[in-house]
Design a protein around this ligand. Sequence first.
Ligand SMILES: *[C@@H]1O[C@H](CO)[C@@H](O)[C@H](O)[C@H]1NC(C)=O
Ligand SMILES: *[C@@H]1O[C@H](CO)[C@@H](O)[C@H](O)[C@H]1NC(C)=O
Ligand SMILES: *[C@@H]1O[C@H](CO)[C@@H](O)[C@H](O)[C@H]1NC(C)=O
Ligand SMILES: *[C@@H]1O[C@H](CO)[C@@H](O)[C@H](O)[C@H]1NC(C)=O
Ligand SMILES: *[C@@H]1O[C@H](CO)[C@@H](O)[C@H](O)[C@H]1NC(C)=O
Length: 420
Amino acid sequence: MQCSWKAVLLLALASIAIQYTAIRTFTARSFRGCPAAGPANCSPGAGEAELAERACDEGPTPAYNLSRRTHLLILATTRSGSSFVGQLFNQHLDFFYLFEPLYHVQAALLPRFPQGRGPAERRVMLGASRDLLRSLYGCDLYFLENYIRPPPANHTTDRLFRRGASRALCSPPVCEAAGAADAAPEVGDCARRCGLLNLTLAAAACRARSHVAIKTVRVPEVSDLRALVEDPRLNLKVIQLVRDPRGILASRSETFRDTYRLWRIWDGTGRRPYNLDVSQLTTVCEDFRNSVATGLTRPAWLKGRYMLVRYEDLARNPRKKTEEIYGFLGIPLDGHVERWIHNNTRGDRAAAKHKYGTLRNSAATAEKWRFRLSYDIVAFAQNACRQVLAQLGYRAAASEQELKNLSLSLVEERAFRPFL
Ligand SMILES: *[C@@H]1O[C@H](CO)[C@@H](O)[C@H](O)[C@H]1NC(C)=O
Ligand SMILES: *[C@@H]1O[C@H](CO)[C@@H](O)[C@H](O)[C@H]1NC(C)=O
Ligand SMILES: *[C@@H]1O[C@H](CO)[C@@H](O)[C@H](O)[C@H]1NC(C)=O
Ligand SMILES: *[C@@H]1O[C@H](CO)[C@@H](O)[C@H](O)[C@H]1NC(C)=O
Ligand SMILES: *[C@@H]1O[C@H](CO)[C@@H](O)[C@H](O)[C@H]1NC(C)=O
């Protein structure tokens, strides 16, 4: 068991090394023509142009000011409310939004390790992930083809992970299917209705928008992004989304019923299974702890580039928190985002529930975990994650009564001001 695990990891490392050579060549070329420090205006070239042929002065398309684009990364973890936060940018007409493109890196490099495994495997992916992010922020969607399986032919694919979560990829000119223009399409509907995704068109749609936002749950902590934050070609801003780890655990147990089966057995029987994988909880807490500690010490490299958002604050006051986030970014909020918030955060519209959906009574959802987990598990989590709970202002419940008593808030009032 141990042995084969190591063999797979070694193989993965070897394959990364090989992929890496290719990646390095590509990356160097795709940015050579467009130094941010050089001419401020830069056109990444006509849509059909090959990746390697890009140059600053190429193509008749109007140039845009590369250095003013905001490259936003939503740094999150599974079941922390990241779909919700993603929508705050997906709905904005000036943003090109991608939902979890790093899925493809993981699927290609570490197919044997499903998401949610230990931090070692995730770290293996980091170099490749950073290169992909850098390319995507430059609207270089062809670069993603290195990781999509089967490899796209003629720059088209039907395999883009959760394409439907990206509005720009489901509306004209990327998708001309009738009715796609307005009304956020149903997530599952897009791929069926729109057919093959033409990555050339998608890249053009990306370039046509002022900003790029990418959500990921596959980067463990903010210091993993330092190379990108400090990259002068980018204007990266990181929104770190955190949530009470007890809430994350409850939500994952419900959503990923197989992977978190032993937690549910514990919950149901009152007995903790001997083979419980405690790291399913502690990895979240460690990543949060490290990342938040980095953010709170305010290193110079993060100045103006990092904002910590607690999901619970967003859920309680979505409008106000969203304004704060846009304030941090220095980008005006638009009416589509406001309407989307209005439509999707009130209790009476909670009908269309989907596993990954966002249509919910947000405030109540954030607290549901208190009725889903037994006090035993909660006490265990509170002990295992003591530091991060204190750091983020989540109160421990001292008893079953406290846990179930909703007039007792477990979320302390804290203002996590962005580091400006
Ligand atoms: C591009 O944006 C940068 C940063 O906002 C600004 O300093 C520069 O003057 C802009 N260049 C042009 C040509 O607008
Ligand atoms: C790619 O395009 C070429 C030329 O249009 C065509 O011959 C070929 O069949 C296409 N390949 C696929 C897999 O669609
Ligand atoms: C994708 O879109 C581009 C730009 O419109 C077009 O030239 C190309 O033929 C399209 N690719 C396919 C396979 O349809
Ligand atoms: C909000 O809901 C209204 C009425 O149901 C709908 O017409 C509109 O398209 C929705 N807007 C957004 C941004 O979801
Ligand atoms: C719930 O908590 C409130 C506030 O601390 C307290 O006044 C109340 O008695 C508690 N209710 C129960 C049933 O314990």
